[in-house]
Write a protein that binds this ligand. Structure first.
Ligand code: ADP
Ligand code: MG
Length: 206
């Protein structure tokens, strides 16, 4: 029963692991942001995900994702708070009751589109959109009956490649854009945090 194994509990497991891994990566993400920003991205994410402990057990996956989005909107701060808030609110709006590869591809595509329309970043602008778009494209290329966990594992590998590809890019959005040519050669911190989120997702669904 797919909907029993990939329901609320799996998403709670995802969020819990994402929180642990983002808190563990706080200093790394702050350091990335110190090079091409103001040095707070890891602290912002850790503060936002720590605030999720106040969420009481929601009745379903959609409400969980919406509550995560609201908490991140309220507690992450910075440019990334609005964008991660949008990401989770969009997932919550259309998370499928019986997830499979095409349905999860569709909901992540909607979340990518929402983040892009909120932040006006194109693919290649050196932002969190780059690994997210890479993951969506990977999922879109899957056969419809591909096992979800395996498809998400491949999407997470694609996301990590998308993150790594931000290194040589010229930043065109957010604070990093102020660094101009000096942004080249530094990995984008939001791309790193988005990859952490997508890697942990692949370990909990499927
Ligand atoms: P701030 O830049 O306000 O200090 P953070 O440091 O928390 O916020 O987040 C910075 C990250 O947010 C960047 O590394 C980038 O990935 C992402 N970001 C910033 N602006 C945009 C945007 N317009 N579109 C997409 N992502 C963005
Ligand atoms: Mg910052």
């Amino acid at each position: 029963m797919q909907d029993m194994t990939i329901g609320l509990g799996a998403l709670q497991g995802w969020i819990a692991e994402a929180r642990t891994n983002l808190v563990a990566a706080r200093a790394h993400l702050d350091a990335l942001d110190r090079a091409i920003g103001d040095g707070d991205h890891g602290s912002n994410m850790a503060r936002g995900f720590d605030a999720l402990s106040t969420i009481s057990t929601p009745p379903d996956a959609n409400l969980l994702l919406k509550q995560v989005g609201m908490q991140l909107l309220g507690h992450v701060g910075g440019a990334s708070g609005a964008l991660y808030g949008t990401f989770f609110l969009t997932l919550g709006a259309s998370w499928p009751s019986e997830p499979n590869t095409p349905r999860v591809a569709a909901v992540l595509r909607s979340a990518r589109d929402a983040v892009q329309s909120r932040g006006r970043a194109e693919v290649g602008d050196k932002t969190m959109v780059d690994p997210l778009d890479a993951a969506v494209k990977s999922l879109d290329a899957e056969e419809p009956d591909a096992a979800l966990g395996e498809a998400l594992a491949r999407a997470a590998v694609a996301a990590a490649r998308g993150r790594d590809a931000t290194g040589p890019m010229l930043a065109r959005r957010g604070r990093a854009a102020n660094f101009g040519e000096a942004s080249i050669g530094h990995q984008d911190p939001g791309a790193a945090s988005m990859t952490i989120l997508l890697e942990s997702l692949s370990r909990h669904l499927g």
